[in-house]
Design a protein around this ligand. Structure first.
Ligand SMILES: Nc1ncnc2c1ncn2[C@@H]1O[C@H](COP(=O)(O)OP(=O)(O)O)[C@@H](O)[C@H]1O
Ligand SMILES: [Mg+2]
Length: 164
């Protein structure tokens, strides 16, 4: 369960998230909708402790993300698919994440196959199209086989097969 309670974020004069409360039940695909600038990405950044709330809190199964002992096995996240070292291949990107989190190299290969990047796994991530980058981001989110997936605009640039 993801729970936000009176979550608020201010950047100077600007209130990006204003007293937001909600809960997301397990086992349910939940969309988070709103116009550009509504505060969706800011909320997701706070969910994974990349930003600190000005007020309130947001937790996963009662814990802040930063307090999870093994976060990638708990929560898979893709906030910005372009946040990958451009000189590293898809395979080596996943290998780096796998090695630093106690997953096997085989697991990285498995998720690359799952997202349809098996044939380009040794190409540099910097040469990927937006849709291929999205696929790599989703593969990274799936790496720890987590119960919770948090994806910010996951279908950006994906072809119909990628969306499926
Ligand atoms: N680091 C930041 N500094 C200042 N303002 C920010 C920052 N991040 C987001 N904002 C502002 O907060 C608001 C919400 O942004 P964001 O969460 O990215 O919206 P969404 O994802 O719903 O399009 C916007 O007005 C944006 O300009
Ligand atoms: Mg956004």
């Amino acid at each position: 369960m993801i729970t936000a309670e009176h979550l608020t974020k201010r950047y100077g004069e600007k209130t990006a998230v204003d007293d937001l409360s909600f809960s997301v039940r397990p086992g349910v695909v939940t969309g988070f909708l709103g116009p550009n600038g509504a505060g969706k990405s800011t909320t997701m950044r706070m969910l994974v402790s990349l930003d600190h709330p000005t007020g309130g809190r947001i937790t996963i199964d009662g814990k802040r993300y930063r307090d999870l002992a093994d976060p990638l096995r708990h929560v898979g996240v893709m906030l910005d698919a372009r946040e990958v070292h451009p000189g590293r291949s898809a395979y080596h990107h996943l290998l780096a994440v796998a090695r630093t989190h106690g997953f096997s190299a085989r697991r990285g290969e498995h998720v690359l196959e799952t997202v349809g990047l098996g044939s380009v796994s040794h190409k540099r991530a910097g040469s990927f199209s937006l849709g291929m980058s999205q696929r790599l981001g989703i593969a990274t989110a799936l790496l720890g086989d987590p119960q919770v997936l948090v994806l910010d605009e996951p279908v950006n640039g994906l072809d119909p097969d990628g969306v499926l």
